[in-house]
Ligand binder design. Structure first.
Ligand SMILES: [Zn+2]
Length: 118
């Protein structure tokens, strides 16, 4: 290999590292929050980036893991909230009608659809 090849590889490495670093920092800025309301009142706000299990009023269990919030368990009869998909994007929500619980994602990455719409 010639000297120029090493320089080229070096430049590519620097670019790759700064690219990854940029996205890492950007991701931190856009860290989303999980906002829980019960019966229309604020119950709590949680960091979507921190893995945790939240017991809501002893009726619902919300698990935050890998940047997603998922209703794992609930005592409501229909279990519709448990069957809802895990949420991770701004504006997405899980609703438990019988227990009047609403879990919403605020902030963070906008969905592709929003970017096109705006
Ligand atoms: Zn439910």
């Amino acid at each position: 290999m010639k000297k120029n090849d090493f320089i080229l590889i070096g430049i590519i490495l620097v670019l790759a590292v700064s690219f990854i670093g940029y996205h890492f920092l950007k991701g931190k800025d856009e860290s989303a929050e999980v906002v829980i309301t019960v019966d229309g009142k604020a119950y709590g706000t949680y960091d979507l980036a921190a893995d945790q299990t939240i017991n809501i009023n002893g009726t619902n269990t919300l698990v935050i893991q890998d940047g997603q919030a998922d209703m794992k368990d609930a005592d409501c009869p229909d279990k519709l909230c448990v069957h809802q998909k895990a949420i991770s994007r701004d504006g997405e929500s899980i609703i438990c009608l019988p227990n009047k619980i609403v879990v919403t994602i605020e902030g963070g990455k906008k969905s592709e659809l929003d970017a096109v719409a705006k």
